[in-house]
Ligand binder design. Structure first.
Ligand code: 6PG
Length: 228
């Protein structure tokens, strides 16, 4: 867990993500290996993505972009995680266009779209970025959701409490298989959920963000304030 000094959250998050990407790209045996980066939605990651775009020494041509979840809205909709990632990061780094895999949650048949996206996902994501909701959700895995019991499909459609309610989300096996997880949380309102997610007494059924407990948690002081 890394706790940022005030106003350092975006910089710390960017340094952690840049370090994970550089390590992943360096691990590539023949220097041609690509690195899969799955981005979180919501607003918390956006200042981190903007700072990440300015980080040096990342061979973006070898990075492949995926998403942990997406709302059932068009790609240019103000609530689109894809649009937010484009504006804060993807339009500012040289990721090859064919290497950006938008999650088509607005497809006519969300179930078929979920399976197609599951087929596109690598067996193990190299870097998975996640956020956390005040209710302890992560990606679009909400407390009590049937998606928390999904062990076969990599991506499923869900109906969640956070509008826009219809979404696609990666499932627990995808989170569990990720090589590196980075959780980004900021603000006082997230403090109780962060504390619940990092408390070994709790389980992922009531606090889905526990699925990310082994990750690197990048917090500002407010979000860390309820930790023992
Ligand atoms: C989404 C996100 C979701 C988000 C949390 C936190 O599409 O809504 O994937 O899981 O990470 O809800 O959202 P904020 O960062 O906006 O607080």
């Amino acid at each position: 867990m890394r706790v940022a000094r005030p106003d350092g959250f975006a910089g710390l998050g960017a340094r952690v993500l840049a370090g994970a990407l550089r390590e992943c790209l360096r691990d590539g045996s023949d220097g041609e290996e690509t690195c899969s980066l799955a981005l979180a939605g919501g607003s918390t990651p956006l200042p981190v993505y903007r700072r990440l775009a300015d980080e040096e020494g990342i061979d973006w041509a070898r990075v492949r972009i995926f998403f942990g979840d997406e709302r059932a809205v068009p790609a240019d909709h103000e609530e689109s995680n894809y649009r937010a990632a484009r504006e804060s990061l993807l339009d500012r780094v040289p990721v090859p266009p064919e290497g950006v895999h938008r999650m088509p949650a607005d497809a006519e048949d969300p179930d078929a779209a979920a399976d197609r996206y599951g087929d596109v996902l690598p067996d193990r994501l190299d870097v998975l970025v996640l956020g956390i909701g005040e209710d302890g959700h992560t990606a679009s895995l909400f407390p009590g959701s049937p998606a928390l019991s999904e062990r076969t499909r990599g991506v499923v459609p869900v109906e969640g409490p956070k509008p826009p309610t219809r979404r696609l989300t990666v499932t627990p096996p995808v989170v569990e298989a990720a090589r590196r997880i980075v959780v980004l949380a900021a603000g006082e309102r997230k403090a109780p959920a962060v504390a619940r997610a990092l408390d070994p007494e709790n389980d992922a059924g009531e606090c889905p963000a526990r699925l990310a407990r082994r990750g690197t948690w990048v917090l500002d002081e407010e979000a860390a304030s309820a930790l023992p």
